[in-house]
Design a protein around this ligand. Structure first.
Ligand code: MLC
Ligand code: AMP
Length: 481
């Protein structure tokens, strides 16, 4: 197939800036070609995915070497990290390993200053060769490994290039994490395929986005939390007026944020919708008039349909709500080691059940209404399973029962709230009035086991969870907002 990193492999002076380090394409290609030679013995490697140059170099080197990349969130806790390393059967870390948590694997060092000539592969990888194994949360259990092929990534990026007129004339800026579809696949590989520049600004603050705009960035990516913080900072938002395109995704962009951004920047943010399993399937085209609350039309190579719970077609009339299914060139190849999960998500006729509920209008525009399951939470654009947090909390000696829910939150979309029934012997005494210290300890425990953004923002102690006659917890009764 065509080289995935088409733009980069042509070399040249285009700039890639991460955490203040700038490479030209020539520099990055030279450094990655040198590192790729060291990866030849491996089939699957882990990358400690900090927002730093070493992450970009490790990922590019692995892709050049044809080695599968498993990005590991840098704040992963013990349980989550052990699961990812064990399930993926990675053979080494590239660059750095997390302090004291290498899992006993070797570390292939990276030299940012090394340079070797790039030689195109004499024996190109097949299209269906896996490029990434991305771990993502389900409603229960530990995260599942999503197998993404080189062809799916290429198709996804080409679809967005078509939708947004994204070319080598663009300089993309963002401050997203480098272990998910949004920040890594779109936000780093997008430019490297399409030949454009990219600036990772570090923490995605309004100040940092404004500074990138003043430095000439043309496109900005953000999750709604980032955009809503920019919309609250008019003195910085105004600098984004010089941009060509503001893009929001990973969660629903609230209409008031869209409107405030328009007033402050003169731009209508374009929304796009996707998943780890499907990459970006629906997007607002840059040449269309964006509609607040709507995410756009299927990208090239993707088809969508709506079904009701009995599998009957739901009309695309702009009003009827149905379960959204997708198929096409951007889809994943299945979950690693999880035939049970595969069986749940694929229909008999080959469509993927997104788990999202949507409306489609006669012109093909999509509006995402919500998720089928209350147990899949989106907080700050991160996908979090209620079940994985509940399992961890139940492993704490103080906890007898728990139910985790996502409550509406103006900043985060949803905030994680854990309702907890304590074991009688753990009920706090007078030295921890209200249980504040215990709540902090439980929150920290989730961070140590899973990762920082899976920590509940709030722990509410209760004496009993609401249950139906069958004993099932009634989570809807717990969601306030
Ligand atoms: C957070 N903090 C907590 C806490 N949670 N403290 C105590 N208890 C908790 N439960 C701390 C943080 O560590 C931080 O501390 C401070 O509170 C602020 O946290 P925050 O409000 O979460 O802000 P921030 O850290 O700035 O993060 C917001 C954000 C982040 C938007 C930058 O959520 C983010 O990067 N989201 C992007 C997720 C993403 O990329 N998703 C894409 C998935 S792919 P301190 O000390 O550090 O200040 C996908 C496909 C697609 O979805 O369609 O794109
Ligand atoms: P993840 O697997 O982390 O990529 O999360 C995918 C989920 O994010 C989807 O199933 C949706 O629920 C949600 N999502 C992504 N983009 C949007 C969007 N533009 N609007 C609403 N929800 C979105």
């Amino acid at each position: 197939m065509t080289e995935l990193l088409l733009g980069l492999t042509r070399g040249g002076p285009t700039r890639v800036t991460v955490a203040g380090t700038t490479w030209t394409y020539d520099d990055l290609l030279g450094a990655a070609s040198a590192a790729a030679a060291d990866l030849a013995p491996y089939r699957r490697v882990a990358v400690h995915a900090t927002p730093e140059p070493s992450t970009v170099l490790a990922v590019v080197a692995a892709l050049l070497a044809g080695v599968v990349v498993v990005p590991v969130p840098p704040d992963s806790g013990a349980r989550e990290r052990a699961h990812v390393l064990g399930d993926s059967a990675v053979e080494a870390w590239v660059g750095t390993a997390p302090p004291d948590q290498s899992g006993g694997l070797p570390v292939v060092p990276l030299d940012l200053g090394a340079r070797a000539p790039y030689t195109p592969p004499t024996d190109p990888l097949p299209d269906d060769a896996t490029a990434f194994l991305l771990y993502t949360s389900g409603t229960t259990g530990l995260p599942k490994g999503v197998l993404l092929s080189r062809a799916a990534v290429a198709a996804g990026l080409d679809g967005l290039a078509d939708a947004w007129g994204w070319t080598d004339a663009d300089v993309l800026a963002h401050g997203l994490p480098l272990f998910h579809v949004h920040g890594l696949l779109l936000g780093v590989l997008g430019p490297l395929r399409l030949g454009g520049g990219v600036v990772h600004v570090g923490r995605p603050t309004p100040e940092a986005y404004a500074a990138a705009a003043r430095d000439g960035a043309t496109m900005f990516f953000g999750v709604p939390t980032i955009w809503s913080r920019i919309a609250e900072a008019p003195e910085h938002a105004k600098d984004l007026a010089s941009a060509r395109l503001l893009v929001s995704g990973s969660a629903a962009l609230p209409v008031p944020v869209f409107e405030r951004l328009r007033a402050l920047t003169g731009h209508d943010a374009v929304e796009r919708y996707g998943m780890s399993e499907t990459l970006i399937t629906v997007a607002t085209r840059a040449d269309a008039a964006p509609r607040a609350g709507w995410v756009g039309v299927p990208v090239a190579g993707v088809e969508t349909r709506l079904q009701d719970e009995h599998g009957a077609a739901v009309p695309h009339d702009g009003e009827s709500v149905g379960n959204l299914q997708v198929r096409g060139a951007t889809l994943f190849g299945g979950y690693l080691n999880r035939p049970d999960a595969d069986a749940e998500v694929w229909t008999d006729d080959g469509w993927f059940r997104t788990g999202d509920v949507a409306v489609v209008d006669p012109a093909g525009w999509h509006r995402i209404v919500g998720r089928e399951s209350i147990d899949l939470i989106k907080s700050g654009g991160y996908r979090v399973g209620a079940g994985e947090i509940e399992t961890v909390l139940l492993g704490h000696p103080a906890v007898a029962e728990t139910a985790v829910v996502g409550e509406p939150d103006a900043d985060l979309g949803q905030r994680i709230v854990a309702h907890v029934v304590l074991r009688p012997e753990a009920v706090p005494g007078p030295d921890d009035l209200g249980g504040a210290a215990l709540a902090t300890a439980l929150t920290a425990y989730v961070g140590e086991q899973l990762n920082a953004h899976k920590r509940p923002r709030e722990v509410r102690f209760t004496t009993a969870l609401p249950r139906n006659a069958m004993g099932k917890v009634q989570k809807k009764q717990l969601v306030q907002g």
